[in-house]
Design a protein around this ligand. Structure first.
Ligand code: AMP
Length: 483
């Protein structure tokens, strides 16, 4: 089969999106943002930033790298004030460089504005061209700068919330935004509610964050989710006011947040992500039982669904694959290359677990098919008698255009090949994917309120316009290698 089976080393594979956070009403706002970003590091590892304000100026610190490396005590001390917003980033579009790090800051005629964005807009290019034709100058290549310009141009509107609403009027796509001005914080979710955003109470102030796991670390209490289309303003005295963008008939929350992206200890739409993942595993066991001795999770993402599978199937579960959590981007390999190095450096078969055993291996998804292909080889080498691969989501057939970094469609194994061909490629004894109906049985909701374009190619918010970007705006992101 003509598939790219080149090795992926370390972290060089498809990535997840971004996390946003904001804290208002506490003199340690920046420190809390830092901790919250640290809790949400899984949503983006390329760079991080925080912008704070004391009402007279904006203070910014952004850099490439992990949250704990970007910030030290001295950096946090240079971020004073009662309000701060933060961001961790993995580029979904835009070049991988410093100028695209967020939050972005701009000075308007009468205020300053810092913005952090999670999601992807589908008409950002088109708007950008119009703005450029109108004389606008851009310094970054992120969609977020487009929003910044649109808000700045809403000069007829008086309040910042009105400016934001006017600026977002023609914007289409996925966005969860956290904004600070000199005197208030604003949290915004697109009308389809594609990306998560929650509100919590933190001491005398408030916090908003992409995931509730950020609240747990800083001791905040969950209040509620920001509603789809909501523009929530919070002043430093704790006064709140909500206005709404025009409502859609159906929302389109990303179902892949449940399957893979969100941390299992986060809460989405009132549901504990871990419990949903266990339910996905249980549904998978009902749809695709296997005559086997053991269930083996692919850590970390396959662990909760594996537990659900094992419990439903009445099979023991063993940690047959051990993950090295300290995998960096590059490794110096010996001259004579090591067989299956790319997967081995991250996952290793636990000796003694597989000998003569029929195993069910559970993971959350197959993207290019590289991980499971290499795992099958590794587990056969470790003595497994039969290998039954089970996936707690449907075949990934479409790229995400709403903020998740997936490879292009032609790199997705399931977009080109049928089940029997994929099985042949990975070399397992059987392969079973959870059905789309099974996903919604596990989530316990109706499909019509979700986006599952990665499994159905149904792009509920539409596709990005095919408009040629000028060379300087084009992404220089290298095509990601397969694992
Ligand atoms: P692949 O080897 O390309 O088939 O990738 C499959 C692995 O990638 C699985 O272990 C998934 O947990 C993981 N995965 C799925 N989606 C993503 C994503 N957007 N970013 C990073 N890893 C992912």
């Amino acid at each position: 089969m003509d598939l790219d089976a080149s090795e992926i080393v370390g972290d060089d594979r498809i990535k997840e999106e971004c996390a946003v956070i904001g804290v208002i009403g506490d003199s340690e706002a920046a420190n809390y943002c830092y901790l919250g970003l640290f809790a949400m590091q899984h949503r983006g590892q390329e760079g991080a930033g925080i912008v704070s304000t004391d009402g007279s100026a904006m203070y910014a610190h952004r850099d490439m790298g992990l949250v704990a490396d970007v910030f030290d005590e001295a950096a946090i001390a240079r971020l004073p004030g009662y309000c701060a917003v933060g961001h961790t980033r993995y580029a979904t579009f835009g070049t991988k460089d410093w100028q695209n790090l967020q939050p972005l800051v701009a000075n308007f005629a009468d205020n300053s504005f810092a913005i952090a964005h999670n999601g992807n807009l589908i008409n950002a290019n088109e708007i950008r061209h119009q703005l450029e034709a109108d004389g606008a100058i851009f310094s970054a290549t992120t969609d977020t700068e487009v929003v910044l310009h649109l808000v700045a141009r809403a000069v007829k509107q008086k309040t910042i919330a009105e400016k934001v609403a006017a600026g977002l009027k023609d914007v289409r796509g996925a966005y969860s935004l956290v904004v600070t001005t000199y005197n208030r914080m604003i949290a915004i979710r697109d009308p389809a509610g594609v990306r998560p955003l929650s509100l919590g109470k933190l001491g005398n102030g408030y916090i908003v964050a992409s995931e509730t796991c950020a609240f747990d670390l800083v001791g905040a209490t969950f209040i509620r989710e920001i509603e789809p289309g909501e523009i929530l303003e919070i002043t430093k005295d704790g006064e709140m006011n909500s206005t709404f963008l025009p409502k859609l008939e159906n929302t389109a929350f990303c179902v892949f947040e449940y399957i893979y992206f969100a941390r299992p200890d986060s809460q989405l739409e009132g549901k504990n992500v871990y419990s949903v993942r266990k339910a996905l595993g249980a549904e998978l066991a009902k749809e695709h039982p296997a005559d086997a001795d053991l269930v083996i999770p692919v850590p970390d993402s396959g662990v909760p669904s594996s537990i659900g599978y094992a419990q439903e199937a009445g099979l023991p579960m063993e940690f047959g694959l051990i993950r090295n959590h300290y995998v960096g981007r590059t490794f110096i390999e010996p001259k004579q290359s090591i067989r299956d190095f790319g997967v081995r450096v991250k996952l290793n078969a636990n000796p003694g677990v597989f000998e003569g055993k029929r195993v069910v291996v559970v993971d959350d998804s197959i993207v290019r098919g590289t991980t499971c292909r290499k795992l099958v080889k590794m587990l056969r080498g470790a003595g497994a008698k039969e290998i039954h691969f089970r996936i707690s989501s449907p075949p990934t057939v479409g790229s995400c255009h709403y903020g998740i970094d997936t490879p292009s469609k032609d790199e997705l194994v399931a977009s080109k090949y049928q089940l029997d061909e994929i099985l042949e490629y990975i070399g397992a004894d059987s392969l079973g994917y959870l059905s789309i109906e099974g996903v919604y049985r596990a989530v316990g909701e109706e499909r019509k309120s979700y986006c599952d374009a990665c499994f159905s190619s149904e792009y509920r918010l539409g596709l990005p316009q095919q408009c040629e970007r000028p060379a300087h705006v084009r992404s220089n992101r290298p095509k990601s290698k397969a694992k």
